[in-house]
Ligand binder design. Structure first.
Ligand code: PGA
Length: 254
């Protein structure tokens, strides 16, 4: 069985003080979470603090983005090896907010995925359609294009060293969550598409759901056979809510 992963995506929120409180709050409540893997992705400037506060715990952490370049004259970028240096396990790549506001293409995202892998980071590849695309019946076409770009660049075994997060854009930060059935349909589609290349990778890879996941809907979503946890935005900013989602991950796989 795939171990559920509950990963908090803090986005561009909080201060040093807020991050300290949130990390301490998660640390204080994590002892009774036995099945789910717990991870947080704070903003870059707080990764050092995260490394210090989470030392000696089982809570993993990562970054919300990574450069596609290994290093050098790339002002403002942060390399995968720097993230490794601060003890990161994960790097989110291809979040829809980066595709939208930073013009990231499938090709860029695939290079970021590869760069993360090359240093031993685990990339979390975000895929997902907009409301317009869903209404036009293009959901599968869009998520397939996000997925295929990485498979073409890194191979299916490369993909298998990462995690996927299905995040319908219309559900992110809107309070509108995909129904468990809607999410399961897309997760199953992604897994089948991977299975066409490798059954082993398809059965092992974790596919998280993201988009207004919260304590009240997490367990029902994670109970679906192809949903292996969550990438949590807003609800990851309160320790109690985030921990409740982690416990839902445990309950769903009990
Ligand atoms: P949300 O964000 O939980 O606030 O909808 C999820 C995400 O964008 O990763």
């Amino acid at each position: 069985m795939r171990q559920p992963l509950i990963a908090g995506n803090w986005k561009m929120n909080g201060s040093k003080a807020d991050s300290t409180d949130l990390l301490n709050g998660i640390k204080a409540g994590v002892a009774d979470i036995v099945r789910s893997e717990v991870a947080v992705c704070p903003p870059f400037p707080y990764l050092y603090l995260t490394e210090q506060l989470l030392a000696g715990t089982l809570i993993r952490y990562g970054a919300q983005d990574v450069s596609r370049e290994p290093g050098g004259a790339f002002t403002g970028q942060v390399s995968a090896s720097m993230l490794k240096d601060f003890g990161c396990t994960y790097a989110i790549v291809g979040h829809s907010e980066r595709r939208l506001f930073n013009g990231e293409t499938n090709a860029t995202v695939a290079r970021k995925f590869a760069e993360a892998l090359s240093t031993g980071l685990v990339p979390i590849l975000c895929v997902g359609e907009t409301l317009e695309e869903r209404e036009q019946g293009k959901t599968e076409e869009v998520v397939a294009s996000h997925l295929d770009a990485v498979i073409e660049h890194c191979g299916v075994d490369g993909l298998g060293r990462g995690v996927i997060a299905y995040e319908p854009v219309w559900a992110i930060g809107t309070g509108v969550t995909a129904t468990p059935e809607q999410a399961q349909d897309v997760h199953a589609f992604l897994r089948q598409r991977i299975a066409a290349k490798s059954g082993d990778v398809a059965s092992a890879i974790r596919i998280l759901y993201g988009g207004s996941m919260k304590p009240s809907n997490a367990e029902e979503l994670i109970r679906k056979p192809d949903i292996d946890g969550g990438l949590i935005g807003g609800a990851a900013l309160k320790a109690a809510d985030f921990l409740a989602i982690c416990r839902a991950g445990d309950a769903a796989t009990a």
